[in-house]
Design a binder for this molecule. Structure first.
Ligand code: SF4
Length: 438
């Protein structure tokens, strides 16, 4: 995939743009003034592969905490500032690696922008110029929308225009304004001889965001931070981000990404990497292949696959793992993976690098798969996956699809007549997903 040619900037130790890998970032959800909680969350983010972290600074006390946070973390730290530009100046004094501002809502306008850019330049750090559809000329937008909502016929009567056409024109106008504003702010920075900045053009509407990024990307070589703002909860946010990012990244647009989710920030990182892996833009961590299971399934794919995936969450080495439910597609997918499990009746075949390694009974699936995966990883990561000392909890689920069905039948038969429950899944055993992973 050919990347758009951009200038390269540096945010702390992480290069952004040019030929740098597309970096993954997130934002903390703690109160920034709570240094201990914020540092702890940043460490958790780092463990799962976050490469840059942003923290909100709504008040002076938050900006004042930045120095203490910075001293205790490894990731480049970005201060997120709205309205009060003095907090951006304070953040720069505290030693952050970048500040994110939205010049459109900055009190003091261009004068304050100039002060922030001058301070950033003197400190040798970057800024992000953020333009957000939600905060762009709300009043002007409303007037525009009303204008296109009504059309006058030749006889002088007013009719409502086609809603789909209205939406398209509204979007076009909004995108034009977003891009014009972004380019204007870039001009302010360039007038000061400052080029160490990136831009974001966010919208919660995927089509608006995609159109704005594409239009902006065609006009300059400024690196872009991609984000679909207020994207939603785990499912809706992941889907919206994947749809938007894949279109943009497919055009070679995007130098750093954040998947915004209404969830713990640690959950944003695997989604971001999954998107980048699917597009073959980053190869970090586990590429997971598992069948959805169906009426032919011979093993409890759902439980085994989710448990394996969870135990591999902190692995950074690129590795492909397959967990397949039966012989239809199991051997093929397992052979193509670095480690694969192809389920069969009461047993399963484990593949390693395309070769059959062993046939194991259902009760040993998890343990054997984890052992094989660990054997392909560097020692530190192998210990995370299969410590072999019980510290990651039991590795034998002790559960099979058949026993699951029987459990269900037994349980149901005490309250219902037997014979009406065939095919029900079993009662889940306590899993890592339901307790803390050490
Ligand atoms: Fe169904 Fe087998 Fe395909 Fe899994 S691999 S979806 S169990 S046919």
């Amino acid at each position: 995939m050919k990347r758009r040619v951009t200038r390269q900037i540096q945010v702390g130790t992480v290069p952004i743009g040019g030929d740098a890998p597309i970096s993954v970032q997130s934002m903390t959800t703690t109160y920034t003034r709570d240094v201990q909680a914020t540092v702890a969350q940043i460490h958790r983010l780092e463990e799962v592969g976050c490469e840059l972290v942003r923290v909100a600074c709504p008040e002076e006390v938050d900006a004042q905490a930045l120095g203490a946070i910075k001293r205790q973390i490894h990731l480049p730290l970005i201060a997120d500032i709205h309205y009060n530009g003095k907090l951006a100046l304070l953040a720069i004094e505290q030693g952050v690696d970048a500040v994110r501002i939205n010049p459109g809502n900055l009190l003091g306008g261009r004068e304050m922008f100039t002060s922030i850019v001058t301070a950033a330049r003197d400190a040798g750090i970057a800024i992000r110029i953020g333009v957000n559809s939600g905060s762009i000329d709300a009043l002007e937008q409303g007037l525009q929308m009303r204008k296109v909502a009504l059309k006058m016929r030749d006889d002088g009567t007013l009719v409502r225009s086609d809603p789909a056409e209205e939406r398209r024109r509204e979007r076009e106008q909004l995108v034009e304004r977003m891009v014009a504003r972004a380019l204007e702010y870039c001009g302010w920075a360039e007038d000061l001889g400052f080029s160490t900045y990136k831009v974001s053009l966010k919208s919660s509407n995927v089509l608006t965001a995609v159109a704005a990024y594409r239009q902006f990307a065609a006009a300059c070589d400024v690196p872009l931070h991609l984000g679909i703002t207020e994207a939603g909860t785990l499912v809706s946010g992941s889907v919206k981000s994947a749809v938007g990012f894949s279109q943009l990244l497919g055009y070679g647009i995007g130098d750093t990404i954040r998947v915004s989710l209404t969830a713990e920030p640690e959950e944003e990182i695997p989604v971001a990497y999954e998107i980048l892996r699917a597009l073959e833009l980053r190869h970090r961590g586990v590429t997971f292949v598992s069948c959805p299971s169906c009426g032919r399934v011979e093993i409890d794919v759902l439980t085994i696959a989710s448990e394996v995936e969870k135990r591999l969450a902190r692995v950074q080495t690129p590795i492909q793992v397959a967990v397949m439910g039966c012989v239809v597609n199991g051997p093929g997918e397992s052979r193509d993976a670095d480690v694969g499990l192809a389920g069969g009746r009461g047993k399963g075949v484990i593949y390693r690098k395309g070769q059959v390694v062993k046939t194991v009974p259902e009760s040993d699936f998890l343990e054997e798969v984890l052992k094989e995966i660990a054997s392909l990883l560097p020692p530190a990561e192998a210990l995370l996956v299969y410590p072999g000392d019980g510290s990651a909890g039991s590795v034998s689920l002790g559960r099979t699809r058949r026993s699951g069905i029987h459990q269900s039948v037994d349980q149901q038969s005490s309250t219902e007549s037997a014979g009406t429950t065939g095919g029900l899944r079993g009662v889940p055993l306590p899993l890592l997903s339901q307790r803390e992973v050490s």
